[in-house]
Design a protein around this ligand. Structure first.
Ligand code: S3P
Length: 423
């Protein structure tokens, strides 16, 4: 059994570079394999976490050539005609769902998609049922992986999803750019738009109107792609800095896509003032963020359209709420139940074990913040990277620290995470 013990920290004053974005790196890898055969592209500042390595394995199994230069954080991909394959996406829900859309349009070829234990527990019907409206032939195992795809000729369709999910949207758009005619996708709230931005950057016309995105048959002209820093990873040190007395942090090259920056909206609302410096406008904008400890932050309520803009940051925002005196409320977050683990249960159990007063609701939680956590316990991440990292930050801010079981899963999204705690 692997464990790590995080002791309470007294001092935190650092300048770091943001880890590269997991969602965008995975998309750049997958989209490259759909570009016309022989297209060679270089992805710089790529995240080389486990989910991205799984994507690389998948595109190689589909026929592409991929070279990884770890020291330069660089991936070179040369596309090839897509061939039938058996794929293993590891822990990556993004890879699984985007590949379902990409491959269901590969007429005449067959694919089997599988992943780890966590992936085998996540719902895939939400993607296959919508793709089937376009003519896709997909069979699941009790609504989950194994996913078997028989590539077909797809027909452009107006698709409506009851869930605001960028993974579902991306699957439909990737099918749509290979389907006959026009495909539109409508979601209840706007989810992250990395696919739309990257497709446009690669020359694909994408129309966006309110919560509807429209594409038609197009060729992806992949080109060299620089990846910005991941706000979801950066949220962990940001919370540590605002909640620890006299702490301060500067994080360079953080992605500032408004569809991902719900955490910064919460920071503004609670009085955790931050500075953004050196902002660069690009297909994905980025800049440096500076923040320091602030006394007397206000409790917060999150609900509705902000949820997709901070969905992956809810575990660490729940930790922050414990260090703010007063009642914070998280609603409309039932999607957390079907992430890498049931994150509603995992967060409530973790914070309760650490001495926090937290009540689980059907779609979120209520946190009665006292301004401190006791800690002094052992918490199992159950293999969920964001639970491991949220627990570590909670432990560092607590009175007695925490021991985390199954901590290595941080390498899915933030392999250098534990370096944050080095003096
Ligand atoms: C992701 C979208 C989100 C997020 C996940 C990554 C993506 O999932 O939770 O970690 O890369 O598109 P949903 O689209 O299912 O909300």
């Amino acid at each position: 059994m692997s464990t790590i013990t995080i002791k309470p920290i007294k001092k935190f004053n650092k300048t770091i570079i943001a880890p590269p974005d997991k969602s965008i790196t995975q998309r750049a890898i997958l989209f490259a394999s759909l570009a016309p055969a022989g297209t060679k592209i270089v992805i710089t500042n790529a995240l080389l976490g486990l989910d991205c390595l799984s994507c690389i394995e998948c595109v190689m199994a589909l026929g592409a050539k991929a070279d990884v230069d770890k020291s330069k954080k660089m991936i070179t991909i040369t596309s090839a005609p897509i061939k039938s394959a058996i794929l293993n996406v590891g822990n990556s829900g993004t890879a699984m769902r985007l590949l379902m859309g990409m491959l269901s349009a590969q007429d005449g070829k067959t694919f089997t998609l599988d992943g780890d234990e966590s992936i085998r527990n996540r719902p895939m019907g939400r993607v296959s049922e919508l793709l089937e409206q376009m003519g896709a032939k997909i069979s699941l195992t009790n609504g989950k992986a194994l996913v078997a795809i028989e590539g077909a000729k797809l027909i452009g369709t107006n698709i409506k999803s009851p869930i605001a999910s960028a993974q579902i949207k991306s699957a439909i758009l990737l099918a749509g750019i290979q389907a006959k005619g026009v495909t539109s996708y409508t979601e209840p709230y706007k989810s992250r738009d990395h696919t739309e931005r990257l497709l446009k950057y690669y020359g694909v016309p994408v129309k966006e109107e309110n919560n509807t995105t429209t594409v038609s048959k197009s060729i992806i002209k992949s080109k060299n792609t620089h990846i910005v820093g991941d706000i979801s990873s950066v949220a962990f040190p940001l919370v540590l800095a605002v909640a620890l007395k006299d702490a301060k942090i500067r994080i360079n090259s953080v992605g500032l896509n408004p569809t991902r920056c719900g955490t910064l909206e919460v920071f503004k609302a609670i009085g955790a003032n931050f500075n953004i410096i050196n902002e660069v406008k690009d297909y994905e904008s980025f800049g440096d963020i500076e923040v320091e400890y602030i006394e007397n932050l206000s409790p917060f309520t999150i609900d509705g359209d902000i949820i997709p803009r901070l969905i992956d940051e809810i575990p660490i925002l729940a930790v922050l709420a414990c260090f703010i005196k007063g009642t914070s409320v998280i609603r409309g977050a039932e999607e957390l139940k079907v992430k890498e683990s049931n994150r509603l249960d995992a967060v409530v159990d973790m914070l309760s074990a650490m001495g926090g007063k937290v009540e689980k609701t059907f779609d979120g939680m209520i946190i009665y913040g006292s301004g401190e956590l006791k800690g002094g316990c052992m918490v199992d991440s159950k293999g969920d990277h964001r639970i491991a990292m949220a627990t570590a930050i909670a432990g560092a801010l607590s009175k007695e620290g925490v021991t985390i079981k199954n901590h290595e899963c941080v390498s899915v999204s933030y392999p250098e995470f534990f370096n944050l705690f080095e003096e």
